[in-house]
Design a protein around this ligand. Structure first.
Ligand code: PMP
Length: 459
């Protein structure tokens, strides 16, 4: 049966569908960082399944392991039973975790989506502490289940849903470009005030917030607009939470497995959290979701977080292969190198395009915030985010052969999450294609040709 038109999907699929709305293509093939559509057009994939494809599409190392496994006669589905696939995966995972954390860690296999790991953390830490409130940060994204949406910064999807979980407190995140304390507040001061806010909520007997079951945060906010936190801020959060005996849970669902240039984004701060949440890339392209936590919290009862499809066997194989490949090929060094190249290219564009407010991120988790530079600043003194422009640029990128997504306030942050194996040449092509797309909708002052020359020299 051949696929007639893209309208077949829009006619039958739910109104709630997301990526397919903007990316109106039928994709037939994928090879590492590139995908091909039904018209034979090729694209560099800077979305890589919302960051889930650490090694890109059909990576031969992972593919071979999966094919061997499918033919092996081993169990393909096994609830959470013990299997050789699980053994292999657990060994790779524990070797990849920081050793101080791994030595005391226990692992809960969750339902296949990241949101279920967040749900599990909520239940575990409420059980272990006997407390109810949860502290999260403005701009956070932890999933789309009913419980996790309660902890989401973005108001749009929440507004239609009544009965959101209560006792969730949002704290200001150190979003230094768009400081929640006003445009006159510099980066260091923004971080300091954010920490003071946390300290005050935990220590003021009139804060209105009972002692929380956990503080949950992303070391780099992803959907919130690719907003990194500094090592110092993370260390201080660890110090404050430890002093107040509040578990610190780090959501590494998007930033984990090498994306930031470290295996886990919190590692650059050298801290030991009480738990980390993993999904997306940990399954090597197949669905897998994990809650890894310090043994002392293992107080919940057998069956406290049951579910049918937990620890998908194929995902255990592909996840173990992905971790092994990252380790063996020293891929983190590559992420640093190629991430710096991409960042330099994006910063270079910032010189030419006044609509680029900031380029930020770490490793291959990069963001470019678009603004309306000529508009009157908002009440906090910030330039308005250019959400409509970001949307146009995304569409133009698609025509140029580049898939990117956006996030952040009003969707004005273009986000770059290419597979970690992306080449230097591909990184340069991303910049080149993006510059053409930007130029169509917000013409440059002067177009920098440095990267184009570089690509030509390399290819
Ligand atoms: N946490 C973070 C940081 C995420 O980025 C996401 C997904 N974008 C989730 C949780 C939820 O994961 P899933 O979509 O698999 O439920």
């Amino acid at each position: 049966m051949s696929i007639d038109t893209i309208e077949f999907f829009s006619g039958r699929e739910s109104n709630a569908r997301t990526y397919a709305r903007n990316i109106q293509r039928i994709f037939t093939h994928g090879n590492l960082a590139q995908v091909q559509d039904s018209d034979g057009r090729k694209y560099i994939d800077c979305l890589s399944c919302a960051g889930a494809l650490a090694l890109g599409h059909n990576h031969p190392f992972v593919q071979e392991r999966v094919i061997d496994f499918l033919r092996s006669g081993q169990l393909q589905q096994a609830l959470d039973l013990a299997t050789p696939a699980k053994f292999q995966f657990m060994n790779e995972l524990f070797a990849a975790l920081p050793s101080d954390f791994a030595s005391q860690a226990k692992l809960q296999f969750c339902g296949p989506t990241g949101a279920d790991a967040v749900e599990a953390a909520l239940k575990l830490f409420k059980t272990a502490t006997g407390r109810r409130p949860v502290l999260v940060f403005q701009g956070a994204y932890h999933g789309m289940s009913h419980g996790t949406m309660g902890m989401m910064g973005n108001l749009t999807p929440k507004q239609a849903i009544s009965g959101m979980p209560s006792e969730i407190q949002f704290l200001p995140y150190p979003y230094t470009y768009r400081s929640p304390f006003g445009a006159q507040t510099n980066a260091l001061e923004t971080e300091r005030l954010s920490l003071m806010f946390l300290e005050n909520v935990l220590s003021d007997p009139e804060s209105g917030v009972c002692k929380p079951a956990m503080v949950l945060l992303e070391a780099i906010q992803g959907e919130g607009g690719c907003i990194p936190t500094s090592a110092n801020w993370l260390r201080q959060v660890r110090e404050i939470t430890e002093r107040h005996q509040v578990p610190l849970v780090i959501d590494e669902i998007q930033s984990g497995i090498g994306r930031s240039g470290d295996m886990f984004a919190f590692e650059h701060a050298g801290i030991i959290p009480d738990a980390i949440l993993l999904s997306k890339a940990i399954g090597g392209g197949y669905p897998l979701s994990l809650l890894v936590y310090q043994e002392k919290y293992d107080t919940w009862k057998p069956g406290a977080h049951a579910g049918t499809f937990r620890g998908n066997q194929i995902a255990l194989i592909s996840g173990a292969a992905t971790l092994e490949f990252i380790r063996r090929e020293h891929l983190l060094e590559h992420v640093h190198e190629v991430g710096n190249l991409l960042r330099e290219g994006l910063l270079d564009l910032k010189e030419s395009f006044p609509c680029i407010g900031e380029v930020r991120g770490r490793g291959l988790m990069l963001g470019m915030e678009l603004i309306v530079p000529t508009a009157i600043p908002d009440a906090l003194g910030h330039p308005p985010p250019a959400g409509a422009l970001a949307n146009e640029v995304k569409k133009a990128c698609l025509e140029e052969g580049l898939i990117i997504e956006s996030g952040g306030r009003q969707g004005a942050v273009l986000r770059f999450l290419p597979p970690l194996i992306i080449t230097r040449v591909e990184a340069c092509k991303i910049v080149e294609r993006l510059s053409r797309a930007l130029n169509r909708h917000a013409p440059a002052k002067s177009l920098n040709r440095k990267f184009q020359v570089h690509v030509e020299a390399k290819s």
